[in-house]
Design a protein around this ligand. Structure first.
Ligand SMILES: [Zn+2]
Length: 115
């Protein structure tokens, strides 16, 4: 009985969640509706988490938006520093982490909630 209790405490999820379908294949999942905070970034000063881009001495064009890199921001994410283009959304995740998101992806993924 003691062993069973210990196993339940260590593996509470594994006993309730199937990780494969009956044929051993993948299953379909929908993301839970998590509310995040977000605002768009257009220029230095718009969001305290975004600092000035200082990636190159030479001012080159951004491969994503074709504007000069000196007009970009930089943000620290869980995966390291990330460039921020003008118009990108800055999302604050459920653990307070930041990540930039392109406007088209943002509009396809999120809808505004009140409050
Ligand atoms: Zn860009």
């Amino acid at each position: 009985m003691i062993m069973a209790d210990i196993k339940w405490k260590i593996f509470p999820v594994a006993q309730n969640v199937r990780e494969r379908d009956d044929e051993g294949g993948t299953m379909k999942f929908r993301k839970k509706p998590v509310i995040v905070e977000a605002s768009r970034w257009f220029k230095s000063g718009d969001n305290p988490a975004v600092t000035e881009w200082q990636g190159y001495v030479e001012d080159r064009s951004c491969p994503d938006c074709n504007t000069l890199l000196s007009r970009h921001g930089s943000i620290r994410t869980l995966e390291g520093r990330h460039i921020v283009c003008c118009g990108d959304w800055i999302i604050t995740g459920i653990k307070g982490e930041f990540y930039p998101c392109k406007p088209d992806i943002f509009e396809a993924t999120y809808e505004r909630v009140e409050g």
